[in-house]
Design a protein around this ligand. Sequence first.
Ligand SMILES: [Zn+2]
Length: 607
Amino acid sequence: MSSTMTKRLPKRAEIPVQFQWKLAEIYPSNEAWEADFARLKDIIGGTGEQAARFLDSAANLLAFLQAKDNLGRLVDKLFVFARMHKDENNADPGYQAMTSRIQTLATEAGSALSFLVPALVEFPAEQLHAYLEQEPGLRVYERFFAEIERQKRHVLSAPEEKLLAESGEVADAAGAIFGMLDNADLKFPNITDENGEAVELTKGRYSRFLESKDRRVRQEAFTTLYDTYSKFRNTFGATLNASVKSDVFYAKVRRFDSALQASLDDDNIPASVYDRLIETVHEYLPELRRYLRLRQKMLNLPELHMYDLYTPLIPEYQRTVDYDQAKEMVLAGLRPMGDEYLSLVKMGLENGWIDVCENEGKTSGAYAWGAYDTHPYILLNFQGKIHDVFTIAHEMGHALHSYFSNRNQPYIYSGYKIFVAEVASTVNEALLMEHLVQQSTDPKEKQYLINQRLEQFRTTVFRQTMFAEFEKLIHQEVEAGGALTAEWFTERYLQLNQQYYQPETVVDPPVGLEWARIPHFYSAYYVYKYATGFSAATALSQLILKEGPPARERYVEFLKSGDSDFPLNLLRKAGVDMESPAPVRAALEVFKESITELSSLTGVALD
Ligand SMILES: [Zn+2]
């Protein structure tokens, strides 16, 4: 820790240009941005006039929808330019101001257009069909109209909608109170670290302590954390209860059968997909426990406890790579994707898509972003670890998904849904992993990589599915008229942990309180997408590796399809049917094989 604190970060101006993204390809200067900004203001000012007559004729409707798309494109382009410049150095007041100005204007644009969907809901379907016949230019909007029609059933009368919109802030209170308690007010006592020094436990440090090689430190961090949560368990119980109640309330008033159905409706996912994920993961719980057995043996522990799950199995492995090596590794790993894909990756790597280095004031982490009228951009904070090489492959997956979708879809269908978003990034990670494992000649490296893969499965597929199962339990309890208390949450959460981890792991009772610290439970029925996305991506990467060109051509078609169809249909065309258990099984077979592989590489036998 101290080494990173003493090393001075370079200033933005000291970063060589070849490591900087080229935002000048969006706007050559701030003056050019200002000119477009002024133009956008005029356009927004003019929408009112067009809006008044937009349903009067097919031609008017088309003109209005096109104007709306052009407005959206302009907002996006202005926003990414200001925001990405701000991310280069958050202390720069000029780009801070530009970012907040365009944010304000984007909100104005949004409210100027907010009448559109309600007006189309009210508009007679026969009339809309007649317009579609008259004006071929409208056909591109057919899916947009069909989605409004599909979701119509859940739209209420205008006064009811107004009331619901105004109740939104009240409904969000549960999550907001949780956030304040969990992030601001909750303080943890000191624990004794590896060096015998007293250190205040924080949520940020907790994950580092759980990875400690020193078991006493892990145990102390675990016990101390949950002791503190336990002191506030009734408050956490009340906030989560309120959040679940509000999910159930909104689902009911919008005429959904359940909160689950309401949450899945936007992606048009049937509840059976959710249930099937849970069932299929249950089939493979014996494999999870086989991995835990291997973990226990490799760590040489008499008993595996909940606080032993995160400490690395191959802690001695450390390899550093420079950026050029990292690029070569990514290109070699993505070779199964074929020449077209690879040449685009190369283009991105060499032509200013990527902002590579960390500098003073730069936004941390990594992302891929851009607008319909720009090429994709990637923000990195490259540190030269193997992990960073995977980050490049991951973000490149998002970048090319956007690149293909933007070039093959009209603006209105260019943005893809979250349900499919992490597929493109995870396929790349899986291909890179396969390549590195295959070509590695260092046995420690191989073990390290396979362990990384196993941990991804454990934390993304098993853990998120357990969360998904818990979310279903708590919503069903309220839907059945039951009451949720801290005791109820804790008992059920502990039971689930026992089902997943016992008898290979000692399920220490404090873990029953983990529900109290999971922010995702306040965005109901979201986390299952991590598990389905990861499974779909693993299954697709297997198809690409085994089948070759036909599989990758189907997959590239998927990348080109943006939001032109429902997520399940898009994935089905790519080669995985998420309504069947096959993709999750195919993915978990990789998990199963990896356990055997790690066992034989390390010589640690599994009975
Ligand atoms: Zn991602």
